[in-house]
Unconditional design. Structure first.
Length: 129
């Protein structure tokens, strides 16, 4: 069985050499997802809204691959200011409060664009809910 690689069409996927989501059997891995829409970072300075946009992108990628948020077993949140953990965490809870995947929130020195405050990855197992 080979892996299915699904792209979002973003121009940097070819430059960096990655897929938005990779599926192998009943497993899916969603690449780091930010609050980038049509090549521009949205909601500069607003960690909660950036998290909401990123998690909406994660959900969209999972659905395109035939998965749902309920299948998510692990998320990773990279934030540029851990002092804003609660803003980010509350939005994560809006999406995953009933799912309760394993998770981590880690402060990083920077993301690719200085306007980015949050990046989220997710791993899913079909039927995990």
């Amino acid at each position: 069985m080979s892996a299915q690689r699904i792209g979002s069409g973003a121009p940097w996927e070819d430059v960096v050499g990655y897929s938005r989501v990779v599926v192998h059997g009943d497993n899916a891995w969603v690449s780091g997802t930010t609050a980038t829409v049509d090549g521009a970072v949205v909601h500069p300075g607003d960690a909660a809204e950036q998290t909401r946009v990123a998690l909406t992108g994660v959900r969209r990628a999972l659905e395109e691959a035939g998965f749902a948020l309920g299948d998510v077993v692990r998320t990773r949140m990279y934030v540029t200011d851990i002092g804003r953990w609660e803003e980010v965490g509350r939005v994560h809870g809006e999406f995953f409060g009933g799912v309760r995947p394993a998770t981590a929130m880690v402060q990083v020195a920077a993301l690719i664009d200085p306007a980015m405050l949050v990046e989220v990855e997710a791993d899913a197992v079909r039927g995990a809910a």
